[in-house]
Structure formats: structure tokens, C-alpha cells
Design a protein around this ligand. Structure first.
Ligand code: CDP
Ligand code: CDP
Length: 225
């Protein structure tokens, strides 16, 4: 059961979900919940502890011993606290990028994550972003968005972002990584990346962030009354 004022934002890597979801939440005075960060947090911990990333039972058991808290931080950002330690700055590393979709592909991992995500949304007044929010986690969300952009635009955005964060990256490598992760996310049998039938599709290839946020905000204000 979903509370009042629940907004779902889904789409492939680099479509701008977290950037616009965060801004939208701030404009509406809602809480922003980044579900990708939860899968990244588990992948990071598995890498640290040397857990075999192909071992579903080991990953599920690791998750059951792991607390993941999403804390609002200034500018609508989120700090990700795993077992009490702030791991936010480690979640976007190439190692995590390369393993997160594997970890997220397992049904038992997903069902535990989904149950935690539903608990977080129960209070309402949230914007949640991910891959399966509108289709699976919060099918009763009042507003659902599906953001896309061309592979080229998404790769360029991610390249600029990672360069800003200080990583030494190549556009070619990022394009391959994104394409690979999109394929894994869209083809997994359990809650794959997909657009909900009742989602609003926004192709952001030729749009500025402000434009995307303004369009989404107008739709939300109309629907939420
Ligand atoms: O920021 P980016 O779009 O690159 O990734 P993210 O939103 O942080 O998600 C990282 C990965 O977590 C995705 O590629 C999926 O494999 C997984 N994920 C998922 O399976 N379901 C979600 N609701 C959110 C993320
Ligand atoms: O969460 P997701 O992987 O979908 O994308 P993101 O982490 O928000 O990264 C998108 C990047 O593209 C950010 O650096 C944004 O500033 C930029 N961008 C955007 O989000 N939307 C546009 N319409 C244009 C650029």
C-alpha cells in the first residue's frame, strides 16, 4: 500500500534520473530516495568482503546483515550510510559500476531491496528513482516518469560527471559500460528495466536539466492537485 504523494522515476543509466528526481523532490518538499544507491552499496560491501558476485545465496545473506540508510543532505543530495559508515563517495567507482548490475540481477537480493524500498515510501511525499519503481516497487505511485536519452548523450553526461569527480575515464569505455549495464538491467527475468504503461515518457536528449524539471513539476502539480 502506497502513501499519498508518491512519484516514481525510472530509466536507463545517465538519463538524468537522480539529477532531476532530487530537484523535483526539493521543489515539492518531498524526500528523495535513490534506489540505485542501495544496490551500489551492496555491491561495494560485497567487493570489500570478497564475496563471490555470482553467488546469490552469499549476496542475499550479506544483505540480510547489512543496514543501508539514505540520509538527506544539503542541496537535496543523499548520503548513503552502510552499517553506520558513510560510503557515499565510493559508490560511483568503476569497480562498483562493473558489478552492480550483477548483484541487482538476483531475485532474492531484489525482493529484500524492494521490501525495504516500499517501507521507505509508506509515509508518502517521496520521489523514488530506479529501474523498476513504476512497474514493480510502487505500482500505485500517483505519478510515474520514464526518462530516456540517446546512448551518446547519456555517455557524454556520465563522462563529464565522472571527470568532475576526479576519475580518469574515456568516453568509449563509459559508452560500453553503460550499454552493457542497460542490457543486463533490461534483460533480467525479475523486475527488469521497463517503462510502466501509465508512465510519462520524457526524452531528455536535447533538453536542459531545468527544462526537464519544469515539465515534470507541472505534471506533478496538476496530478497531485
Ligand atoms: O546512476 P546510474 O543510472 O548509472 O545507476 P543507478 O541508478 O545508481 O543504478 C545502478 C544499478 O543498480 C543499475 O544499473 C541496476 O543494475 C541497479 N538498479 C536496479 O536494478 N533497480 C533499481 N531500482 C535501481 C538500480
Ligand atoms: O541517475 P541517472 O543515471 O539517470 O543520471 P544522473 O546521475 O542524474 O546523471 C545525469 C547527468 O547528466 C548529470 O550530470 C546531469 O547534470 C546531466 N544532465 C541531465 O541529467 N539531464 C539533462 N537533461 C541534461 C544533462
Amino acid at each position: 500500500e502506497t502513501g499519498a504523494g508518491v512519484i516514481a522515476v525510472d530509466g536507463p543509466a545517465g538519463a538524468g534520473k537522480s539529477t532531476v528526481a532530487r530537484r523535483l523532490a526539493a521543489e515539492l518538499g518531498f524526500l528523495y530516495l535513490d534506489t540505485g544507491a542501495m544496490y551500489r552499496a551492496l555491491a561495494l560491501k560485497a567487493l570489500h568482503e570478497g564475496v563471490d558476485l555470482r553467488d546469490e545465496a552469499a549476496l542475499a545473506s550479506l544483505l540480510s546483515d547489512t543496514t543501508i540508510d539514505l540520509y538527506p543532505a544539503p542541496e537535496g543530495r543523499v548520503r548513503v550510510i552502510v552499517d553506520g559508515a558513510d560510503v557515499t563517495d565510493h559508490l560511483r567507482s568503476p569497480e562498483v559500476n562493473a558489478s552492480v548490475a550483477l548483484v541487482a540481477g538476483f531475485a532474492s537480493v531484489r525482493s529484500e531491496m524492494v521490501s525495504r524500498q516500499r517501507d521507505m515510501a509508506r509515509q508518502g511525499a517521496v520521489v523514488m528513482d530506479g529501474r523498476d519503481i513504476g512497474t514493480f516497487v510502487l505500482p500505485d505511485a500517483e505519478v510515474k516518469f520514464f526518462l530516456t536519452a540517446s546512448l551518446e548523450a547519456r555517455s557524454e553526461r556520465r563522462c563529464q560527471e565522472l571527470t568532475r569527480l576526479g576519475y580518469d575515464v574515456s568516453l568509449e569505455r563509459i559508452r560500453e559500460e553503460i550499454q552493457h549495464r542497460d542490457l543486463l538491467d533490461s534483460s533480467r527475468p525479475y523486475a527488469p528495466l521497463a517503462m510502466a504503461e501509465d508512465a510519462v515518457l520524457i526524452d531528455t536528449t536535447h533538453m536542459e536539466v531545468n527544462e526537464v524539471v519544469a515539465r515534470m513539476l507541472a505534471i506533478c502539480r496538476h496530478r497531485l492537485g
